[in-house]
Ligand binder design. Structure first.
Ligand code: EPS
Length: 397
């Protein structure tokens, strides 16, 4: 789905490290390990995480693509060492282990285990679950942090919040907040929920689930301000921006639903109410509403992009669920595993990162440039038509 960027990650959850490559970022972008570290910390230090998040420090190392604090235009290579690897060195050994390693032959319901074992013709679930693990999203967050910096240089900001944990929902309207303000407030709460009362109820529900060895899911929102109109294309199905954003967000483990703007609830309204009117104002026009969530016909329309993603409950339970031993064919319980009891807050940071990646790709596709400076100039040159007067700029909403 990426047109101009290439992103690759490698690494098993309990292997030595995660590795990431991002190609296509223009030269001249100021970036450093500390800036990337800020996003990694946001992902790690949230509610619902299991013991592993306390073990990992997620200290990133830039191996390539940056010189004297600025990108070179060459591929960026990042390394995130797994601190927990020494405990797993035999189990995850690249060479044949020196000690016998027990295979994990009972798949966890809801996890990739069974489908993955069928795909790869193995009865050891570890051969598939290690790569499918959400650990990989640490690297996505790191690579996304580079894209976020580029977006900031272009005046585009991305924010997110948690809207639901289990059955507890935050139904307040936060439309008056910019994505930057949203993040400032969300980051103050370990749940990344803006309403303190709702947050407390969410925490209680998570604690109750954790106490019984269970897990919860939920819903998150991502919002982006400052996106120029005309990103994406309608020339082919896979060039539409909304398809690219949807694919990126649904590629995060556990995501089961994707909404844009008024989303599923908007479908019950007639078109006359669902459409966002176009009103003339001096020097341009304004949209009094944003049901489209900033995407019309698959293109960005210059309004704020509003996305929501539904995440299923974390499948790994400490209260094991009925399954089958793939070797004996007999009824069995999966081994008890540590894990996260709720991952929606962490996923909201990953969702921001994936959104940043897609938007940088679409910006480079439309405006191009080998350097940040060129990209900025190209964007500026088309400012009149690509950044129409927005409703929130007109001051009369
Ligand atoms: C994960 C299970 C847990 C999480 C891990 C993702 O790890 P472990 O099995 O080692 O306890 O902590 O997430 C991370 C380590 C991370 O950085 O997000 C899983 O099975 O997806």
């Amino acid at each position: 789905m990426l047109q101009r960027l290439r992103m690759l990650t490698a690494g098993e959850s309990h292997g030595p490290a995660l590795v990431g490559i991002l190609e296509g970022i223009p030269a001249g972008l100021a970036i450093g390990e500390q800036l990337i570290g800020v996003q990694l910390q946001r992902r790690r230090q949230v509610a619902g995480r299991g013991g592993r998040s306390h073990i990992e420090t997620d200290a990133v190392q830039i191996l390539a693509g940056v010189r004297h604090g600025h990108t070179l235009g060459s591929p960026l290579a990042l390394l995130l060492t797994n601190r927990d690897f020494p405990q797993w060195s035999e189990i995850m050994s690249v060479t044949a282990p020196t000690l016998p390693v027990e295979p994990v032959t009972v798949p966890r319901p809801g996890h990739i285990d069974l489908a993955g074992c069928l795909k790869y013709d193995t009865s050891d679930t570890r051969n598939v679950s290690e790569r499918a693990s959400a650990r990989e999203t640490a690297m996505r967050t790191a690579l996304g942090a580079i894209c976020r910096q580029l977006l900031l240089e272009l005046g585009i900001s991305v924010g997110s919040q948690v809207l639901q944990a289990g059955s507890i929902c935050d139904t307040n309207d936060y439309g008056h907040l910019t994505p930057g303000q949203l993040n400032l407030l969300a980051d103050k709460s370990p749940l990344r929920c803006l309403d303190p009362g709702v947050s407390a109820a969410m925490q209680k529900a998570i604690d109750e689930a954790t106490a019984t060895g269970d897990t919860l899911g939920g819903k998150l929102a991502v919002r982006v301000a400052g996106v120029p109109a005309g990103l994406g294309s309608t020339t082919q199905w896979d060039t539409r921006l909304q398809a690219r954003l949807g694919a990126a967000l649904l590629s995060i483990g556990g995501m089961k639903g994707f909404e844009i703007g008024s989303g599923f609830s908007g479908t019950s309204r007639p078109g006359s109410e669902a459409n966002d009117a176009i009103l003339p104002v001096a020097g341009g026009f304004r949209r009094p509403s944003n049901n489209a969530g900033g995407l019309e016909g698959g293109l960005s329309n210059g309004e704020e992009i509003i996305l929501r993603v539904a995440m299923k409950p974390v499948p790994t339970l400490r209260r094991p669920q009925q399954s089958v031993d793939l070797v004996t064919g007999k009824s069995a319980l999966p081994p008890q595993e540590r894990g996260d009891s709720w991952a929606v807050a962490a996923a909201s940071i990953v969702a921001e990162a994936m959104t940043c990646l897609v938007l940088v790709d679409a910006l480079l596709e439309k405006f191009g440039g080998d350097t940040l400076n060129q990209l900025q100039q190209h964007l500026q040159a088309s400012a009149n038509w690509s950044r129409p007067k927005l409703s929130h700029e007109s001051g009369d909403e």
